[in-house]
Write a protein that binds this ligand. Structure first.
Ligand code: EPU
Length: 428
């Protein structure tokens, strides 16, 4: 087990290339189950979630090759094996296996998904969608059993705008008989990416990226080649880093339109940003002004950038309020930032940050993926050495983070934890 050590307080500059989107990858990989011949996905991020999904596809009989960030899945020999435990519990996105297996085999047995602990994360809208398509669903000792004699298109109104439910229903509906209409659908770019892959496989989907998606089911889906979109959350994380400690940071392989809410907020803070087709340049910021943010569904400010943004706000002059309307308990990073001298208090769904303060290096623990990103940014802003544990969370979503930071001039390295440190970590 390793920890990350960061010698903070130094400016960073240079170019960082963004990897393929994690939250697309984790849906695109299960989507390959639906094809009847091999599917190739280009530009996958090198993250542990991708490896876990590869293992899951192999468990159900798929042949999966990965090289140079390109994955080819041959789904022809897959069977609907029960996947009640093990790898399924390691990531939230294993719920996409439900939609994909149901679409192809009309049955599935999947353990309840794991993933970051951000407060309650129900899947009632996924279940509601599958039931509307004709599936019978039971929860037996922590595993979800899904069965359908046949799937029939239906009109499904989502009571909560959910990325996962929207994609999962699409995965099942592409193989249902007739038309499915998803109303109040989520509009995140990852949904368009999944719809693009499914369309290349022969599916008939209209309206992805709007709040009404129409799907006309087809009998067969075939293999294809697909290039994943860049990771807007990874790009946003490096943009925030650029505003915090950059001496000129060029973010390469990004779709700036995916990050308009972040760009607007950074500009409001006083950061000068130049955008071109696939790049964003973050100029060094002398003085930062505090701004309030409220996370919302896309195209609002993404909840996944709320935690990294909070680290940046510790450097801003004045008082800022960060409100998370998506995950009201996504504040586990705050205690850790306080250890580093941040002046923050949490009230309900909001964190109030009083700045500007100079952060100090400390021993901190990443409780979830984006908390980890927040602590890495804080470590690079802080005077002295910061040690971040809980790297398994960061490795789920940030491809080659150490190498990318080193490429920008950061002094950051992984170090094996001592036996005592591992014991201590277990007890916290
Ligand atoms: N919700 C329900 N019922 C459902 C589904 C969701 O009440 O059946 C609620 C959730 O509890 C939450 C809100 O609806 O309050 C939105 O959840 P959503 O379903 O959109 O989230 P998700 O699909 O589980 C994805 C990303 C998250 C990201 C959210 C919001 C993946 C694998 N995960 O989760 O990413 O925070 O959308 O944008 O795509 C991350 O990358 O760190 C991460 C947590």
């Amino acid at each position: 087990m390793e920890k990350l050590k960061i010698a903070g307080g130094y400016p960073l500059k240079g170019t960082v290339r963004i990897s393929g989107a994690k939250n697309s990858a984790v849906a695109l990989i299960p989507a390959t189950i639906l094809a009847e011949s091999p599917v190739t996905i280009e530009g996958l991020p090198d993250i542990s979630d991708v490896q876990i999904l590869k293992g899951l596809l192999e468990e159900i009989g798929g042949t999966v090759d990965i090289s140079n960030n390109e994955m080819t899945v041959d789904p022809t020999s897959m069977i609907s094996m029960p996947l009640p435990n093990g790898k399924v519990k390691k990531l939230r996105a294993s719920y996409y296996l439900m939609g994909a297996l149901l679409g192809r085999f009309k049955k599935a047995v999947i353990g309840l998904p794991g993933g970051c602990h951000l407060g309650p994360r129900p899947i009632d809208q996924h279940i509601k969608g599958f039931e509307a398509l004709g599936a019978k669903i039971t929860n037996e000792q922590g595993a979800i059993y899904l069965r359908a004699d046949e799937l029939r298109g239906a009109r499904i109104y989502l009571d909560v705008v959910s990325v996962g439910a929207t994609i999962n229903i699409m995965l099942a509906a592409v193989r249902a008989k007739g038309r499915t209409i998803i109303e109040n659908a989520a509009k995140e770019p990852e949904i368009i990416d999944v719809a693009t892959l499914l369309t290349s496989m022969g599916a008939n989907i209209k309206g992805a990226g709007t709040d009404v998606i129409r799907i006309d089911g087809v009998d067969h889906l075939h293999g294809c080649r697909h290039t994943i979109i860049p990771d807007r959350i990874e790009a946003g994380t490096y943009m925030i880093l650029g505003a915090a400690v950059g001496q000129g940071l060029l973010i390469d392989n990004v779709i700036p339109e995916h990050l308009e809410s972040l760009i607007a907020k950074l500009r409001e803070m006083g950061v000068k940003i130049e955008e071109s087709d696939e790049q964003v340049f973050i100029n060094p910021a002398e003085k930062l002004k505090a701004v309030d943010i409220k996370t919302l569904v896309y195209p609002g400010f993404p909840t996944d950038l709320q935690q990294p943004f909070t680290s940046l706000l510790t450097r801003a002059e004045g008082s800022a309020v960060v409100t998370d309307t998506i995950y009201g308990a996504r504040f586990k990073h705050i205690d850790e930032l306080r250890r580093m001298n941040a002046n923050i208090k949490v009230e309900g769904r909001s964190a109030i940050i009083n700045g500007a303060v100079q952060l100090n290096g400390a021993k901190v623990k990443a409780s979830d993926l984006r908390a980890g990103a927040a602590l890495v940014i804080a470590g690079l802003m802080a005077e002295g050495i910061t040690e971040v544990t809980g790297l398994e969370h960061i490795d789920r979503g940030y491809s080659h983070i150490v190498e990318k930071l080193q490429g920008l001039g950061a002094t950051v390295w992984r170090e094996e934890m001592t036996k005592e440190e591992k014991e201590q970590l277990k007890n916290t």
